[in-house]
Design a protein around this ligand. Structure first.
Ligand SMILES: C[S@@+](CC[C@H](N)C(=O)[O-])C[C@H]1O[C@@H](n2cnc3c(N)ncnc32)[C@H](O)[C@@H]1O
Length: 209
């Protein structure tokens, strides 16, 4: 179970709100567009995704291990347009029965999960056959030079500053390796800028169980 991260959680609450205005809110809407039925969101952080679930979603179980972020997510859940239950836990051990949800949501979280293969296997377990995994993640760069920078920061300061995040992780490859069929992927830089940083390359997509 991920431990309490008081410094990261405070920092993330601030930074994440600024990124919302820089376009992340719009990306969250795109991530969730058209979803229906029951959903699970893992690593929901302070709950910024909740406001963007369409009304066709009947309930969301939102799993978050970090206590301060989980408390913020509980507050966000109270103002959400859909029913959100925030629970303590990790992606590697989801508190849900097999095939019990119609959709699974990953938003800026795969990079921080200790055992991604196990977390993705858990998502496959709880998702019904044909259910969708929606993902919005930063990812390993296609450009070799930026990849080298990503590996360097991953081996030094980045995980310490960014809550265990590793930037040189191939999210789409991991999702496919877990047995999902990747249906759609859009690659882009966020926030858009002339100088690319290790967390610039992003993917937004849909995979099916
Ligand atoms: C960068 S934040 C993203 C938060 C949120 N999903 C968002 O879109 O703003 C990464 C989140 O993953 C959570 N996390 C880290 N390890 C996890 C794990 N093993 N299982 C579930 N969540 C985890 C962290 O506590 C944090 O809330």
């Amino acid at each position: 179970m991920a431990t309490s991260r008081p410094v990261f959680s405070r920092l993330y609450e601030r930074v994440s709100r600024r990124l919302e205005d820089a376009g992340m809110a719009e990306l969250r809407r795109e991530l969730l567009d058209g979803l229906a039925g029951a959903a699970v969101e893992v690593g929901c952080g302070n709950g910024l995704t909740f406001a963007h679930y369409p009304r066709t979603v009947t309930r969301v179980v939102a799993v978050e291990p970090e206590p301060r972020l989980r408390a913020a997510a509980e507050r966000a859940a109270r103002g959400a347009g859909v029913g959100v239950e925030v629970v303590a836990g990790t992606a590697e051990e989801l508190p849900l029965p097999d095939a019990s949800v119609d959709a699974a949501v990953l938003c800026l979280v795969l990079c921080s999960i200790g055992d991604r293969a196990r977390a993705l296997a858990e998502l496959r377990r709880v998702l019904r056959p044909g259910g969708e995994l929606r993902f919005l993640e930063h990812t390993v760069a296609e450009d070799r030079r930026l990849q080298r920078v990503q590996r360097l920061v991953d081996a030094t300061v980045w995980p310490l500053l960014a809550g265990g995040c590793h930037t040189a992780t191939d999210q789409v490859g991991a999702i496919a390796a877990a047995g999902f069929t990747v249906r759609r992927v859009r690659r882009f830089d966020f926030p858009p800028a002339r100088v690319r940083v290790p967390a610039s390359p992003h993917v937004l997509g849909v995979a099916v169980r």
